[in-house]
Ligand binder design. Structure first.
Ligand code: ZN
Length: 221
């Protein structure tokens, strides 16, 4: 009885071909599993509307409160992020609730979720009503690139002056475990800037830009 002999050359070629097919099919899945950082299937993003309840934040030039501006813009950001299949969005507050700073509610909320990103939304304030511009903060070194990217995206949409990205010792940035940025969209104490910031179309445009920035950072298509 003759045994069928497989030539080694052909056999190696066959194995290589199979390996190539398997690797091309599963490379994306493998990257998703192995990377841990980028290319994950689902990212948790926390949007934190600054202030709330008995803490109104800044009082704008018109007398309106920062806490209402931050909630309105944050809801718009969350609404857009909810349309992204790879993003799971969470808000630290969805209404006019006071969140205790002493109890560290905001950073604990994000840490307990094991969130991937944290964005705190604010409106700036100053005694001189002429001061204007977008300013952003980070605290930990691993948040600097994220804050810089988000700042650029907010600036692109706001068209406000560049007040830079600085290291800021805010507890929401210091006590969060994930890349975190605090965005002072503009000065509510500047009457012209406040008027723009309160407009729905302005908020929609800034929210869309922030979403684009998040997607770029997470490398989501
Ligand atoms: Zn604030």
């Amino acid at each position: 009885m003759r045994r069928k002999i497989v030539k080694p050359g052909r056999f190696i070629l066959f194995i290589l071909l199979v390996a190539l097919i398997i690797s091309s099919c599963s490379s994306k899945v493998l990257t998703m599993i192995s990377s841990g950082g980028h290319n994950k299937i689902l990212y948790k993003v926390v949007i934190d509307p600054g202030h709330g309840g008995k803490d109104p934040g800044a009082t704008g030039a018109s007398g309106l409160y920062e806490k209402d501006f931050t909630l309105s813009l944050s809801k718009e950001i969350a609404r857009l992020l909810e349309e992204e299949p790879q993003i799971e969005v969470h808000m630290t507050r969805k209404d006019d609730t006071f969140l205790s700073a002493e109890e560290r509610y905001r950073p604990n909320f994000a840490n307990d979720l094991k969130a991937d990103l944290y964005i705190s939304i604010h409106g700036n304030t100053f005694t001189d009503p002429n001061l204007s511009g977008t300013q952003s903060f980070y605290y930990h070194d691993n948040s600097q690139a994220f804050a810089q990217l988000m700042h650029q995206y907010v600036m692109n949409a706001s068209g406000f002056k560049d007040q830079g990205v600085q290291k800021g010792d805010y507890f929401v940035l210091r006590d969060t475990n994930m890349p975190a940025a605090l965005l002072e969209i503009g000065y509510l104490t500047n009457p012209q800037e406040e008027q723009k910031m309160l407009r729905k179309d302005f908020q929609r445009s800034v929210a869309a830009s922030i979403c684009e920035g998040i997607k770029e950072y997470l490398e989501i298509e």
